[in-house]
Each structure stands twice: as C-alpha cells, then as structure tokens.
Write a protein that binds this ligand. Structure first.
Ligand code: PGA
Length: 255
C-alpha cells in the first residue's frame, strides 16, 4: 500500500465566488476548524481574494491556490496573470485546466501543458484537472480520453517536476451536479491515471503522485471516496464554501 506514503490534499475551488470581504469571513471561520488537519489544506480563491487569503492564512496550515495562471512572464496579455505575479503575492498552488476553463474559455491540452510548466518553473505547484464528459463515459472512451489529457498535460515534464504536480480527476458530469461518481468509478480512473504516469515515468513517480477526485465531493460522501487506494484527496467546489462541510472533508482525509 502506497497510499499512506502519499500526501493527502484537500483543496477548495471557490470558483467565481466570494468578494474579498466575504473571503475574510469564510477564512476566519475555517482556520480554527482545520488547524489540526492531518492532510494538506488548500483554498483556491479568485485573484482578487489572494491578498486577503495569504495575509489571513500566514502562520496557519492553510495554503493558497490561484485558479489559473498564464504561461508568459509578462507582456501584452490583457486579463491574464503571470506565474511571478502569483508567487510574489504568496500563492503556492494553482489549479490548471479545470473543465470550466476548458469548456468556457478555450483552454486546450496544449495551453494546460504550457501553463503547468510555466507554473512549475516559477515554483508554483500545479493542480492539473482532467476528466471525461457524460457522452464520453457513455461511449466507453473515458480511459482513452483521460489518458490523452494526462499525457498532454505532462508533456516535457521531468520526473522531478512530477514531485510538485497534483492531478485532479474530475468527471465533468459530476461537477456541480450533486451527482458524485461512485467510489468504484472514481477509483478506477484514478488508478488508471497512476498507471499512465507509471508507463510514462516510473513506478516510483506514480506511487508518489497525489491524485485527487473532484465532482460533488461533500461532507457526506468524502470518507467513502477517500478510503480508496488511489484517491489521495479531493478538489472541492460547492462544499468548500461552507466551512463546516469543508472541515469534515479535511477530517476525512486526515491520517
Ligand atoms: P463541485 O466542484 O464540488 O461543486 O462539484 C468541483 C470542482 O469543480 O472542482
């Protein structure tokens, strides 16, 4: 069993929710609830909440993630944020390639790879999201599709890079729908992703990689999903906006 050796990570993905003053309130309630966590705790906040999040979580066990990053260091890219802007602001992690970005904002496997590599080069840890649509699952091409997403996302990354990468398996049909994958469905794909990484790198790299499940994970189903061998944590949308629920999920991931 390698699960025990891996870092369990519970990451909140706030999406486009919470103004800075609302973020302050949420973080202040969350800090005491997760202070004894036995896993890594991350909050993925909107850009405008980064300053308040970094400030409030200083000296706590909560880490701050952004929800996107550009791959260039600076330049004429209106509306984008560079890796260095994030590191200087105190951000440690960045969510990349979320299905909402792929679906609504033209994110592709290629830009996911560029963003993830730029993040790594700047010292940020990317949480790379992959996952199939309902149509793909029903057509029986989940593994083929997810394999391609994983291989493309990790293109030109070294084994050393992989030590700082997190992969989040998020079936699109389970995101924000209240329809969670069963623990068997989630485990099957997370184990498959680990196999793909083993084939492209090594067993040691694959065994050490944190793979999260995301998609309607909540206080009620987290323990069950997290009990699976290849599910090392969660990327949590809706439930991350409720401090008590998020703390229950953190507790379920704590060893
Ligand atoms: P959800 O979102 O937990 O609200 O389904 C998960 C995600 O999109 O990361």
């Amino acid at each position: 069993m390698n699960k025990e050796k891996r870092t369990a990570i519970i990451a909140g993905n706030w999406k486009m929710n919470k103004t800075a003053s609302e973020a302050k309130e949420l973080i202040e309630s969350l800090i005491p609830l997760v202070k004894d966590a036995g896993c890594t705790v991350i909050i993925g906040v909107p850009f405008t909440d980064i300053a308040v999040a970094v400030d409030l979580t200083k000296g706590t066990n909560i880490h701050v993630a952004a929800q996107n990053v550009h791959f260039k260091d600076s330049g004429a890219y209106t509306g984008e944020i560079s890796p260095r802007m994030l590191t200087e602001a105190g951000v440690e992690y960045v969510i990349i390639g979320h299905s909402e970005r792929r679906q609504y904002f033209g994110e592709t496997d290629e830009t996911v790879n560029l963003r993830a590599r730029a993040a790594l080069a700047a010292g940020l840890k990317p949480i790379i999201c992959v996952g199939e649509s309902l149509e793909q699952r029903e057509a029986g091409v989940t593994e083929e599709f997810v394999c391609r997403q994983v291989v493309m996302a990790l293109l030109n990354m070294t084994a050393e890079d992989l030590a700082n990468v997190v992969i989040a398996y998020e079936p699109i049909w389970a995101i924000g729908t209240g329809k969670t994958a069963t623990k068997e469905q989630a485990e099957e794909v997370c184990a498959f992703i680990r196999k793909v990484v083993e084939e492209n790198y090594s067993k040691a790299v694959a065994d050490a990689l944190t793979i999260q499940y995301g998609g309607s994970m909540n206080a009620g189903n987290a323990a069950d999903l997290l009990s699976m061998e290849d599910i090392d944590g969660g990327l949590i949308g809706g439930a991350s906006l409720k401090p008590n629920d998020f703390a229950v999920i953190v507790g379920a991931a704590s060893k």
